[in-house]
Write a protein that binds this ligand. Structure first.
Ligand code: PGA
Length: 251
């Protein structure tokens, strides 16, 4: 049976200037000089660096964006379409990150529309889901996460155009992570929901864990069943830390 192909993805968020080129250069040289990891490696810089970074994309390193509009083109001042992202040579786009859901009021329906736009442009959509601390405390984690999955993952999803990222909101940038058992429970529930909806395809959609992944916890987290990689924020900004996470896939 086919298995999901793991991905370690760096989400630079609103960080990075021209000088950050040094970091991606360092990531590239780790990838070419060290043992080849068994995961794909992806960096998602801010839009201002996308074109430049996409020119460095290789078999070892993919480049992606952090958001796209749901329309292919038109009168949407300040927005970027999935076609524009694909035009740079980038191959992935994150949609529905919790910071966008919170800061920009993005609904599941909107996120699903963005994922469809991404897939239509030939991009791989990384669709983010995750519960807040209050939702977790109320015991609603699984119903929230599965509800977001059902609402945000479009019918057009398959294993080659979609990645799901489970990121508990309370674990993002806080240094706090769920227990290994909790990660396993949520990822198993996401896997079952994907299989229920998409059949065999659902068993090979990668499910990333995100939220305070760092070199010291990556190995343990990446070996949890149904965890097929990581979406990394803070620790992706420094090449040595990011590489330390990739190390989880070098054994
Ligand atoms: P973090 O962010 O690794 O800094 O917690 C993860 C994310 O938001 O994708």
């Amino acid at each position: 049976m086919a298995v999901p192909s793991p991905i370690v993805a760096g989400n630079w968020k609103m960080n990075g200037l021209k000088q950050s080129f040094e970091q991606i250069d360092a990531v590239s040289s780790f990838l070419s000089s060290k043992t080849k990891p068994t995961c794909r490696v992806l960096i998602c810089p801010p839009f201002t660096l996308l074109n430049q970074f996409a020119s460095l994309a290789s078999d070892d390193l993919a480049i992606g964006a952090q958001d796209c509009h749901f329309n292919a083109s038109g009168a949407h001042t300040g927005d970027i379409s999935a076609d524009m992202i694909a035009d740079t040579g980038a191959t992935f786009v994150i949609v529905g990150h919790s910071e966008r859901r919170a800061d920009h009021g993005e609904s599941n329906e909107l996120v699903s529309g963005k994922a469809v736009a991404a897939q239509s442009a030939g991009l791989n959509a990384i669709i983010c889901i995750g519960e807040t601390e209050d939702e977790r405390d109320a015991g609603d984690t699984l119903s929230i996460v599965i509800g977001q999955l059902e609402g945000s993952v479009p019918a057009s999803a398959n294993a080659s155009n979609t990645v799901v990222a489970y990121e508990p909101v309370w674990g993002i940038g806080t240094g706090r992570t769920p227990t290994i058992g909790d990660v396993a429970t949520v990822h198993a529930a996401i896997r079952s929901a994907l299989i229920k909806r998409f059949g065999e395809q659902g068993s090979t959609v990668p499910i990333l864990y995100g939220g305070s992944v760092k070199p010291s916890n990556a190995d343990e987290l990446m070996h949890v069943e149904n965890v097929d990689g990581a979406l990394v924020g803070g620790a992706s900004l420094k090449a040595t830390d990011f590489d330390g996470i990739i190390d989880a896939y070098r054994k």
